[in-house]
Design a protein around this ligand. Structure first.
Ligand code: HMG
Length: 407
């Protein structure tokens, strides 16, 4: 019999600073409505110099250890997905391995495929569990990133930073994954970051087209691999999309609706009206975090999931969710999952909303100062006991500390 595997618990982290995008729009001479309505974005998280992919990921995972959702000694596989790693050879995961106190027998790997890496980690962890190799242990999948574009570029409004840590287990207490999954991969130059650059390069409009084509491809593959033949907009209680900016999820939803109407032969139905009708019920509830945090690359889809389950877990228990993951370059995947009965109380403890409420608003000059500074070892002006931060870089070696330790 197929083992039931999925997400047992989710920990999230976002930096303690946020920039209102109305202020950035005014500073750049861009109409406020273009960002607020055209992109659907309101604020973006800004990583201070003492936060990087390691600290974001560690702080997300430490929440799972701190609230008892996961014990370090249970973890047999650590997969860290990031496209903003801190070293070309030394993986982010090995820093996390130490900071989280994971066992020496825990296999530790960094994964990269742009924003798709988090989903790659989740499906590989699920396969490891289904194969029986886990032997009762759990996997920890950490998706962690800082989205950076050139200051003053049109993509500047789609930056952000954050991390999600997923404890993946048999008989999960949060979300059971359905076995069917549809994949689409194709070599395209829509978004890239050469090895010597901190900021990403992007062919913005082309990247939107690549994302939408990949959605079509992943849905078509999903149907050949056991995905339901029913209309997806009625078969699921929510649809979550990789969200570089909220308007992208709206475009994706319109494409999914068009895909379904064409497949079911409803050529007479107005696609835009139909998409607008189902968007509010199926998609909007997961987007609040993206509007306030921005793009978090690998973590984006899982922050949306955490936000949705934390706020609407009771309504969604036992009902199916559809999830679409896209990574530029590109690789995409569509799959479904169900919040398990009894999961709502657990989901309500995720704490994403409290994290967002505790952030300090930055001014545009303060944000520009952080952007210029790059990684540094200043003492953090945020974080409670146990907060993990970058404590120093000497001889190209990074040193991390928790807030009760001397830097
Ligand atoms: P842009 O040139 O700033 O904006 O680029 P635009 O001219 O396309 O306008 C954006 C929207 O605002 C349009 O709406 C305008 O009509 C509207 P749409 O037609 O698309 O529905 N607009 C207004 N609305 C109200 N009032 C106004 C007004 N003016 C215009 N006054 C772009 C936007 C997203 C391309 C840019 O920000 C960018 O390049 N961002 C980065 C790339 C990106 O996020 N791509 C998304 C797909 S690829 C992906 O998701 C992968 C990624 O996460 C990376 C990874 O995988 O690792 C990026």
């Amino acid at each position: 019999m197929e083992r039931t595997v999925g997400i047992d618990a989710i920990g999230v982290h976002v930096p303690g600073y946020t920039l209102p995008l109305d202020d950035l729009a005014r500073a750049r001479g861009v109409p406020v409505e273009k960002v607020r309505i055209g992109l659907g974005a309101h604020e973006m998280a800004v990583a201070p110099p003492w936060e990087d992919a390691v600290t974001l990921g560690a702080n997300a995972a430490l929440r799972l250890l701190a609230d008892g959702s996961l014990a370090a000694e249970e973890v047999g596989l650590l997969l860290v997905a990031t496209e903003t790693a801190v070293d070309h050879a030394k993986p982010v995961g090995i820093f996390l391995h130490e900071l989280l106190g994971l066992p020496a027998s825990c296999r530790t790997v960094e994964l990269k495929h742009a924003c798709y890496g988090g989903t790659a980690g989740l499906v590989l962890a699920a396969s490891w569990l289904r194969s029986g190799e886990a032997g009762g242990r759990k996997a920890l999948v950490v998706a962690t990133d800082i989205a950076r574009y050139e200051v003053g570029s049109s993509a500047e409004f789609t930056q952000g930073a954050g991390a999600a840590a997923l404890a993946v287990a048999e008989a999960p207490r949060l979300l059971a994954l359905d076995p069917a999954s549809g994949v689409y991969a194709r070599n395209v130059y829509d978004f890239w970051r050469p090895l010597d650059r901190r900021e990403a390069l992007v062919d913005g409009k082309f990247s939107v087209d690549c994302y939408l084509d990949a959605l079509d491809g992943a849905l078509a593959d999903w149907r050949t691999r056991g995905g339901t033949a029913a209309d997806l907009t009625t078969a699921v209680a929510a649809l979550l999309y990789h969200t570089p900016f909220p308007k992208m999820a709206q475009k994706a939803h319109a494409r999914l609706v068009a895909h379904e109407l064409a497949r079911l032969g409803h050529s007479e139905v107005d696609v835009d009206a139909e998409a607008a009708r189902s968007f509010a019920a199926l998609v909007e509830p997961s987007l609040g975090v993206s509007r306030l945090v921005g793009n978090t690359y690998t973590a984006s889809l899982y922050l949306c999931l955490a936000w949705l389950l934390e706020r609407e877990g009771r309504r969604l228990e036992g009902r199916r969710l559809g999830l679409f993951s896209y990574g530029s370059g590109c690789c995409a995947e569509f799959f479904t999952a169900r919040p398990v009965p009894g999961s709502a109380a657990r989901a309500a403890r995720i704490g994403a909303q409290a994290l967002l409420q505790a952030r300090r608003l930055l001014t545009v000059p303060e944000y520009e100062e952080f952007a210029r500074a790059g990684a540094g070892a200043e003492r953090p002006a945020e974080g409670g006991a146990g907060f993990c931060h970058l404590a120093g870089i000497e001889d190209h070696k990074r040193r991390y500390a928790r807030s009760w330790e001397a830097a």
